[in-house]
Design a protein around this ligand. Sequence first.
Ligand code: FES
Length: 190
Amino acid sequence: MSNHTNTSHENIDEDKRDFIYIATGAVAAAGAAALAWPLVMQMGKAADTLAAGAIEIDLSKISEGQQLKMLWRGKPVFVRHRTSGEIAEAEAVDVADLKDPQTDDQRLVATPGGKLDPKYLVMVGVCTHFGCIPVGEQGKVDAQGQYGGWYCPCHGSHYDTSGRIRKGPAPKNLEIPPYEYLSDTVIKVG
Ligand code: FES
C-alpha cells in the first residue's frame, strides 16, 4: 500500500474520529491511540524514540492541505501542511487584535538551515478552554470555524489558520509542543 493511500485512508478515518472526540473524551483517546499508532510506525522511524516519549514525523508524507494527527504522550498533535492561502491568512492578521497575541512566525520552529517553513504547523490538538479536541478538516466549512482553522464545538471556540484563538471562550492559542527539525522534512516532537 502506498503512503498516499495510507494518508487518504487516515483522512477518512479522521472524519469519524473528530465526531468521536466530541462524543466522549475517554473513549476517543483510546480510539485515537488505536488509529494513530500504525501511522506512527509508518512515518516515524525508531522504536527507541517512541520509547523515550518522542515521535518522529516525516513531513514530506503530508500533502498540501492535509492534516496529520498523532498521539504524543497521551495528547493529540496536529501537523497541518498549510496551503499558501492559509499561510497568507495567518500572516495578514494584526496581532494587536488577538486575545493571545502571537505572530505566525512565533508559532513556528526553524529548520536546520535556520529558516522558518510556514507550510508546516505543529500544535497540540487540545482546546485551551476545557480540553476538548478541536476539529479542523480543510474543505469542510462546518469543521473549521469562522477563521478557516480549527473549531471546538464543546463551547464554540474558533481558531485561525495559525491555531490562534479568535472567538469563543478559550483563553489561549492552541499550544505548540516542544519539537525540532532533524532535517528539512523530518521533525521530532518531544
Ligand atoms: S473546551 Fe473548547 S470551547 Fe470549551
